[in-house]
Write a protein that binds this ligand. Structure first.
Ligand code: 13P
Ligand code: SF4
Length: 349
């Protein structure tokens, strides 16, 4: 576990991280991308970290891959590429840097390491997990195979390297229906998200059987809350992530991956929108879309929020938090991830 007092003492010895309105002012081009959601006082606190991280990235030949759930100061301030799980996995295969810092959770860093075994992949906080990834092991995959002999296993990327290695192919929220439909068998096993699987089943020709995992962020939404909101604001566009229950998805005007959600809001520019997903999503796009009023509530992912500027700076400075995946496991897991990337490219996703 990261000991924050130790982290702070180590950083204070090397960097001047005191809040600085002057430095903040000199970096106003970055601040402009988040000034609707980050106060000037907070920006004066963040600016020294953003500068130190961006300087270190050059020194280390590092890139930061930031998931759409990162907080605005990470998403706009230090991330070199932002996107959903599929986009970040593809980016990990393309970047030429020596070091990848994963602005996201552990399974994403593992995916980057599986795809780029020669690069150093840094996880700023090893405890940034995921309730879905924790819900299943490779033995669970074998249990499903024994129950449904001959059925292929499509595992969500929100899984450990061992589970990916035990699967036939991976999927993300942006390609799950197409991947399942592309399987030859009539019955397809999906792990580990029961709600994604049920939402896929509602759109697919296949019989989908699934593992009973769930996302602790998306399972909290209830259809009656969305209906109540729509009653209050009949013009609101409700946009959900497919990790929500099918009952919630049925209330939505659109359902898609995190980047699918961003694209839908940018393309449609609704008067008001409720993003039925993690809180940072609305914050990260609200400056670009000043005419859209984003409805609260939202739910916070406690794992994604473990990643902070301070921990990114510490990881890059000390080169600690290096992600390792056993070579034999990585070789097998790579087949599942690459099968997904290849099929997605072929299908034009
Ligand atoms: P996306 O692939 O849609 O970005 O989802 C990842 C995730 O963890 C959502 O909870
Ligand atoms: Fe996992 Fe849910 Fe957090 Fe995404 S939002 S990382 S699925 S716990």
């Amino acid at each position: 576990m990261l000991d924050l007092p130790t982290v702070r003492t180590a950083l204070a010895e090397k960097y001047d991280l005191a809040p600085s309105p002057e430095l903040a002012e000199s970096m106003s081009d970055i601040y402009e991308k988040m000034n609707r959601v980050v106060s000037p006082a907070d920006w004066a606190i963040y600016a020294p970290y953003v500068k130190a991280i961006n300087d270190l990235k050059v020194k280390r030949n590092a890139v930061i891959l930031g998931h759409n759930y990162m907080t605005p100061e990470i998403y706009h301030g230090v991330a070199d590429f932002v996107g959903d799980s599929l986009q970040l996995a593809i980016k990990a295969t393309e970047v030429e840097a020596d070091v990848i810092v994963q602005g996201g959770v552990h399974f994403m860093a593992e995916t980057s390491k599986i795809l780029s075994p020669d690069k150093i992949v840094l996880m700023p906080d090893m405890e940034a997990g995921c309730s879905l990834a924790e819900s299943i092991t490779a033995e669970g995959v074998e249990e499903m195979r024994a129950k449904y002999p001959g059925a292929p296993v499509v595992s969500y990327v929100n899984t450990t390297a061992e589970v990916k290695a035990a699967s036939d192919i991976c999927c993300t929220s942006s390609n799950a229906v197409q991947i399942v439909d592309a399987m030859e068998s009539d019955t397809v096993i999906m792990t580990p998200d029961q709600y994604l699987a049920q939402n896929v089943a509602n759109e697919s020709k296949k019989k989908v059987v699934y593992w009973p995992g769930s996302c602790i962020v998306h399972e909290l939404y209830r259809p009656e809350d969305l209906r109540a909101y729509r009653e209050f604001d009949p013009d609101v566009k409700i946009i959900a992530h497919p990790e929500c229950t099918p009952e919630v998805v049925a209330e939505a005007d659109f359902t898609g991956s995190t980047s699918g959600i961003v694209k839908w809001v940018k393309d449609n520019n609704p008067k008001s929108a409720m993003l039925v997903t993690e809180c940072s999503m609305a914050s990260n796009i609200s400056d670009e879309l000043p005419d859209v009023e984003f409805a609260k509530p939202c739910n916070m992912c406690p794992f994604m929020k473990k990643i902070t500027l301070e921990k990114i700076l510490y990881a890059l400075d000390t080169m600690t938090g290096q992600v390792e995946v056993d070579a034999a496991v990585a070789d097998k897991a790579r087949l599942s991830v690459e099968a997904m990337i290849d099929l997605s490219r072929k299908l034009g996703i």
